[in-house]
Design a protein around this ligand. Sequence first.
Ligand code: BMA
Length: 816
Amino acid sequence: MKTLSLAGEWTMKRLSTGETIPAQVPGDTHSALLAAGKIPDPYWGTNELDLQWIGREDWLLSREFEAGQDLLAASSVFLNCDQIDTISELSINGRKAGATSNMFTRHRFEVGKLLKPGRNTIEILLKSAEAAAVAAAKKLPYPIPHGNNPVQSPHRNLVRKVQCHSGWDWGPCLMVAGVYGDLSLRANDLGRIEHVYTTQKHKNGSCSVEVACEFECAKSGTSTLEVELDGVSARKSVTLQPGLNIVKAAVKIDNPKLWWPLGHGAQPLYTLTARLGGDQVKKRVGLRIMELVNKDDKIGRSMVFRVNGVDIFCKGADWIPCDALPQRQTRAVLDDLLDSAAAAGMNMLRIWGGGQYEVDDFYDLCDEKGLMVWQDFMFACALYPATKEFLASVKAEAEYQVKRLRDHACLALWCGDNENIGALNWFKESREGRDRYLVDYDRLNHGTLGKAVEECDPTRSFWPSSPCAGPNDFSDTWHKDGYGDMHYWEVWHGSKPFEDYYRIKPRFCSEFGFQSFPSLETIRTYAPESEFNLTSTTLEHHQRNVGGNSRIIQTISLYFRMPSGLKNFLYLSQLQQGLALKTGIEHWRRLRPTCMGTLYWQINDNWPVCSWATVEYGGKWKLSHYLAKRFYNETHAAALPQGDAGIDVWLVNDAPAAKKVRLAIEVIDFAGKTSFSEKLDVDAPAGSSTCLKSYETAKLTAAPTGSFMLLTWDVDGKTSYNEKFFVPYKRCALPEAKVNFTPRKSGDALEVELSTDLPAFFVSLNATGVKGEFDDNCLTLLPGRPRTLRFTPKGQTTFETFTKSLGVTHLAEACQ
Ligand code: BMA
């Protein structure tokens, strides 16, 4: 296979004016305009509003290339387009090479006849997706509605484009267009490999791996399929016919080293090479058995991911595209965010249906890090058409994506969409004419997506929608405890207090969340200091959930004394978010095995904004992410309310092995004096949840407004902490503690020792402007019990810079 990459600098012309600027391929329109100085930063202030015109224009990308004899003499030359966003017409030397209308499908166009010796010109006309959507809406026999957000491009559900490009309740409306991934000319004589995928069969300590190679032949011929999996190889001679051939060979691995989700074992990956007819594909495969156990039980129906026979409690979050400007979605950014997921103890991410099937790097990194992927198909919060053309386009998309991704060890589940069953109840049209819309839904969902999974990846389950009750059940199960996955939004969208989580016993909670503001340093990237106010135009513009800021303030008033000034407010909003998530997650973790998963909404942002993310745009951890690292702790102790007057102490062990746990339960007053103390030595079985102790609050403390409970436990030499207040924080006269911090260099590491004269709560260090994370933060600090935190910088910094960047605050100080 000869390849001529077409990546690099192209020319981009605005068709309506004729103006040209340079543009990158791979890359997007908005990034090109920004780099050329033609538009201001779309993330700054309210600039987004002035940039809506870009998505309404047509853009012409062009460049020249040299075609050598190697290309011209080949029997097949094709243009490989990994991803074109979205509506496009391609031509070479002025003659049509192809057209696209679905950005989730790879396109390969035969172009040999269009090439000439020497200089050639290629053009890609990127047509306005918004205009195409509006035109498509006019042709519909009946309306197909979608959810609306504050800044919204219309009819996004009618084009196969990243749905959140059109705006979301956390994301800007930037209708980018562009070419992503590989764009190249490739020449071959016999043909090309379209897909390689494997099927594993585990039996008696060995694993046979069948390798299927889909080969598109330009002409008939003979060749040999050569397969190699970590030194074990197989060969098969084949006669190939013009068109698509599927050739298979099998290899056997004895005593396979099994792949495990993070926290359950290692992530060995075997290198697979498949060669056929002069083309080859290399990938890494993890050997494991992945099942979704969805069986009737006493409660209803289970929802358990079982890997290699072990039931896994899934801990994680929902994932959205990491940047609204696709050109900025680099492997380094993904790697950093996925590291943040793993560092917080997550083992699963759900790729949400309003975003995108991620790039190969994403799944490669998840394979390596042991992060399972719940993969939605890209449909969200809307009704969708079921016209012949639309379904044909979705069929091609689904088959392509399933074949592309099915070999990833991390891939745990295919799910039809996000909230589309629920959406049947959101719109007047579908409430009044449910039959019609439900039939459309089923044609797309089960009839197209489910079928693609059945045919192209029978090794995995297809889950129709998130949330849903399971196959063939179109009831609204958002709040059903007995079965299905659940999106629980009464806390936040329903304005219920955190304690509302305690009423819910989900089998698997795949969405729930609470918003917070990003840090001041991130706000500085979109607002001038004159706008540093919660209700300023800019801060309100960077909040896309109507009423979101008010809800944050209102909730603060439920639990806390009011903070003074913006900085303290930001701190408190992040702490509050962490505590909301903690309330739900500690409760649901203790319910295992009834509940076997919590994925909170959402881990990341796609621009700097006030949202449900626990990691800010740019990668900085909010305080809530530090709390996540603690409440997702593998062996976790938590004090949870028992009715109005009691407290239960629970111990959850998600580890695959039993753990010896030494636990101290203390009640400490605000002067730092311990008034109650009990020590327990516990054997926590693998995959267990146990209520260790029940207390009557009145017997634990005579001063519930002047003391708190501290749990301290040691497992495998690691000490962990958790605290519980007896009354809302606002009822407590928190001591005016003086917290000291002393930065230190210890070898290559940067450390900070924290100490205090009186108990201090949610003590938080911030290293403004220095990228990196502390190993713990937002913690309880007691007199006589100093803590040393370790800071791991990302990139270069000096001890002096780090020292100067440091600041500290805690609850009493923020809400004086
Ligand atoms: C959900 C998601 C998103 C949304 C989030 C917050 O249920 O699926 O559509 O951004 O809630 O409202």
